[in-house]
Unconditional design. Structure first.
Length: 280
């Protein structure tokens, strides 16, 4: 409950960065670097398992275990990337959200993309009902975790993405979402328009490959409350690994230059006894 209260407070004013660890080690390191909260990444976690991103690729039970691991290894609030809620119907979303809250997360996000191959969106009425069901499920737990509603119109390439995003985010807020999120917003105009449309509800913006390349301060000036990175940090790690591995395959050790020192990493992680205490 303390983590939930701290997470809710972060959304009340200012702008904070919500980096996305993909395993326990990256969560510990982000905590040590001074971030105030963390968020899981469905893609980063899936890649670490040798799987593609998607609710159909990683079973919900495995994701719930992963969320418990992240919560257990750091005192920071953790937001769950809960994809489409692992169900289509509102009743299924509600049941699964209850299971997600039980992992100890301080927040969770629900997408309006179906997750099927054609990258389609749920019908707007159904999408809103799914958020309303998630809100009711959270309220029933008695733990006021932060509910983030995501509109994926820009990411799936909807031809009328701006209108869809504005209409849906406003409706999601009315249905009980605490934070609004439309990954794929790039321009200052798009971001500012969304912030105004859902005010005073806080807005999350995705930075990195599918988002703006501005600084956190510039996004804050636009009224953005939360900045997340999705799978970007995990892909940056994969990028370093692939470059080093390719150099090695070519017969060179040059790709190992710049590797984090062993001693620095080894001293950054708790002993097994401390790790057990953190998860107890």
């Amino acid at each position: 409950m303390n983590a939930v209260a701290r997470f809710r407070a972060l959304h009340e004013s200012g702008c904070f960065v919500l980096p996305n660890p993909w395993d326990r080690g990256s969560a510990v390191m982000l905590h040590r670097l001074g971030f105030q909260a963390l968020a899981s990444t469905s893609a980063g976690f899936a890649f670490s398992l040798g799987l593609p991103d998607g609710a159909t690729a990683v079973p919900m039970e495995r994701l719930l275990t992963h969320l418990e691991e992240l919560v257990g290894v750091t005192p920071l609030p953790v937001n769950a990337d809960f994809q489409n809620g692992y169900g289509d119907e509102p009743s299924d979303v509600a049941a699964n959200v209850s299971s997600c809250v039980a992992t100890g997360v301080a927040g969770l996000s629900i997408e309006d993309a179906t997750g099927v191959a054609d990258a389609s969106l749920y019908d707007e009425t159904l999408a809103v009902e799914r958020i309303r069901a998630a809100r009711a499920a959270i309220d029933a737990t008695g733990v006021p975790v932060v509910l983030t509603a995501r509109c994926e119109a820009a990411l799936v390439g909807h031809p009328d993405a701006t209108r869809i995003i504005l209409d849906r985010l406003v409706a999601f807020a009315a249905a009980g979402a605490d934070c609004l999120y439309a990954p794929g917003l790039r321009s200052t105009t798009e971001i500012a328009t969304v912030v105004r449309a859902v005010a005073p509800s806080p807005v999350n913006v995705l930075a990195g490959e599918n988002g703006p390349t501005r600084t956190v301060a510039e996004l804050a000036d636009l009224g953005v409350r939360r900045v997340s990175l999705g799978s970007a940090l995990s892909r940056a790690a994969w990028g370093g690994f692939l470059r080093a591995a390719q150099a090695l395959a070519d017969g060179s050790f040059d790709g190992l230059d710049g590797a984090a020192p062993y001693a620095e990493l080894n001293s950054s992680f708790p002993s097994s006894d401390l790790g057990e205490k953190r998860t107890s």
